[in-house]
Design a protein around this ligand. Structure first.
Ligand code: 6R9
Length: 584
């Protein structure tokens, strides 16, 4: 079924927060958005206060804040008052160990209640929270913790022993390791979190943070170099709050399920902060994707707003549109997706399976919150990311004679750019002044994505302007993968690219040239795959490796990933004027 527009009728969006896009965008101001929140006495602002304690102080402490569903279906409920108490305990634990304002607290946890408590407790203590994805292997963990100067790590005993302990001594800054799921006596130089939590007090006065104080560091990947730590400040909460209202249509009586892991920024901005500041009930599922399980959660938990990702939607599509028919999904009011291109077929499939379209939206680790979105009260054009949030000015730009110019022509391709100044914009890449500066030109923040805007102001994603890979929603930096493979004694050179994959969007593939004396065979291929998986973890490691005698390189010796990709896919090779002659 080809559909160029899914029309919205008034009954489709009765009571929506954003009931008239044009009017709302015209009258919007960030000052007004800020006035929806409390603030701390004397002009301070703290994300955890807005997410949790504000509701308790206003008499809403009994409301269910977080329902956690364990892998084995065990349920643990936390009211806003429970969350306030638990996060205060955690803040007290940090304070007792001398962890202060601005110091970095990392998590390496699956989606356990401790992760959510640690995130908010860290912010209460005025410290900076940096969640790592638990599917990372030791290398990505070590790189991110050393860039950020981690002072504290909270992780499970099993993760600690496998992924951190072997290199811990190399990280001088790491003073405290708090362990969950301790099997007995905690290993040397670690602390059993449960024991210190029990002993800690349930009251804690939120440390006074200023709007511009650092709150969160989320790591993202570029084409080259080390991972980039995008710095977000407490002021970001203004954007988390208002974009949740507008783009996800969050209301206080919603039951909201964001399926993202907090190790990815979506799982923090919208899997912790936004639903809580909006006073909703949020669902967290510890288990990994499973089609039946997901429909059952939507049904049993009476989920009203659901925020997920294209890879998951494609997997649901694969399982068939008949399965959802077996479940009562009548409470589901709004479905939304982010992270990769959402194919028009998926939007239309949503209508078939759920009786409503899936609303795509676009943003990045750097933007901290949703920037472009489809809204309840706006027609959906399947395949389009929608229109800028109120308060956000977007444009399509190109570089002409070194100057950044806006392209006004409908459906002309250029780089997607945003006018800086919204509250959740990153304030820096940690210790990477130059890379940060390069993101801005001509009064724009340049996103690195290529896009088009149509005559109605809808944005259409075209692709990325760099070599970063988006696999199952996660950004993978080719350089990080190449570096891990280069450590293997057999590897002389390596180029890593993303190839189209029907489920994951893109699949990481490495091309390896071997050193003299090594033979390209299946055994070595498997060994290299295993080596990469062990170092990098399953979320980052290549799924496939091919041997090449020579890799295409520029005259300056850089591997031309683009050319590798074009050749693999049989596409035109484009400009190869810088290509060093190669023996094929
Ligand atoms: C939130 C998040 C950002 C990059 C972004 C773009 C891609 C995100 C998209 C999308 C097409 C969408 N991306 N949303 N591409 N359609 N709706 O994903 O952050 O992990 O930093 O990735 O993801 O390429 O630049 P992050």
């Amino acid at each position: 079924m080809a559909l160029d527009r899914i029309r919205k009728r008034p009954e489709d969006h009765a009571g929506a927060n954003l009931d008239d896009y044009e009017r709302c965008a015209a009258s919007f101001s960030w000052t007004q958005a800020r006035s929806l929140l409390d603030g701390l006495p004397g002009g301070g602002l703290n994300i955890a206060h807005e997410a949790v304690d504000r509701h308790v102080q206003a008499g809403r402490g009994g409301k269910l804040a977080l329902r956690w569903i364990g892998r084995d279906d065990q349920i643990r409920d936390f009211s806003y008052a429970d969350l306030a108490a638990q996060t205060s305990r955690f803040a007290n634990v940090l304070a007792q160990f001398g962890v202060g304002k601005g110091e970095r607290v990392y998590s390496l946890l699956g989606r356990s209640p401790e992760l959510y408590i640690a995130a908010l407790g860290t912010l209460k203590n005025g410290s900076v929270f940096s969640p790592l994805f638990s599917a990372f292997g030791p290398e990505p963990i070590k790189a991110r913790m050393s860039i950020g100067g981690a002072k504290v790590l909270i992780t499970s005993e099993a993760f600690y022993l496998r992924k951190v302990e072997p290199w811990r001594k190399e990280l001088d800054s790491l003073a405290l390791v708090l362990l969950t799921e301790c099997s007995g006596n905690p290993p040397t130089a670690t602390v059993d979190l449960a024991a210190v939590m029990t002993a800690a007090s349930e009251t804690f006065e939120t440390v006074r943070t200023e709007p511009e104080d650092m709150a969160l560091v989320h790591f993202t990947s570029g084409t080259t170099g080390r991972p980039k730590g995008a710095v977000h400040v407490h002021e970001a909460v203004v954007a988390h709050h208002i974009t949740g209202r507008f783009a996800l249509d969050l209301h206080a009586d919603d039951i909201f399920w964001c399926t993202a892991d907090p190790g990815w920024i979506t799982g923090t901005s919208y899997g912790i902060v936004s639903p809580l500041t909006n006073g909703a009930t949020m669902i967290v599922d510890q288990a990994e994707f499973d089609a039946e399980r997901w429909y059952r959660i939507l049904q049993d938990q009476k989920v009203t707003v659901w925020y997920t990702a294209p890879t998951a939607i494609r997997m649901l599509m694969k399982a068939g549109a008949q399965i959802p028919k077996r479940f009562d999904l009548s409470r589901l009011r709004f479905i939304s997706s982010v992270g990769e291109p959402l194919n028009p077929e998926a939007v239309v499939w949503g209508v078939e399976a759920f009786g409503k379209p899936i609303h795509d939206n676009w943003w990045q680790t750097e933007t901290g919150g949703i920037m472009i979105s489809n809204y309840p009260a706006m027609d959906v054009k399947p395949g389009s990311m929608g229109r800028p949030l109120p308060g956000i000015t977007a444009g399509i730009v190109e570089r002409r004679n070194g100057e950044i110019c806006e392209i006004d022509k409908p459906m002309a391709m250029g780089e997607l750019a945003l006018r800086p100044g919204w509250p959740s914009m990153m304030r820096a890449y940690l210790h990477e002044e130059e890379r940060y500066r390069k993101c801005f030109a001509g009064g724009w923040y340049l996103t690195g994505d290529l896009a088009m805007r149509d005559a109605d102001g809808y944005y259409w994603f075209v692709g990325r302007s760099d070599d970063v890979i988006k696999s199952a929603g996660h950004l993978v930096g080719p350089f990080e993968v190449e570096s891990a493979l280069m450590e293997h004694p057999a590897v002389a050179e390596v180029g890593v690219i993303g190839l189209p994959d029907p489920a994951a969007g893109e699949m990481v593939k490495a091309y390896v040239a071997l050193k003299e004396g090594f033979e390209a065979n299946e055994l070595l291929r498997k060994e290299l795959l295993g080596h990469a998986r062990k170092r990098l973890g399953p979320a980052v490691a290549p799924k496939d490796i091919a041997f090449r005698q020579n890799l295409p390189k520029t005259r300056s010796g850089k591997i031309m990933r683009r050319l590798l990709k074009a050749r693999e896919l049989g596409l035109p090779e484009g400009d190869i004027s810088t290509l060093e002659s190669e023996e094929r």
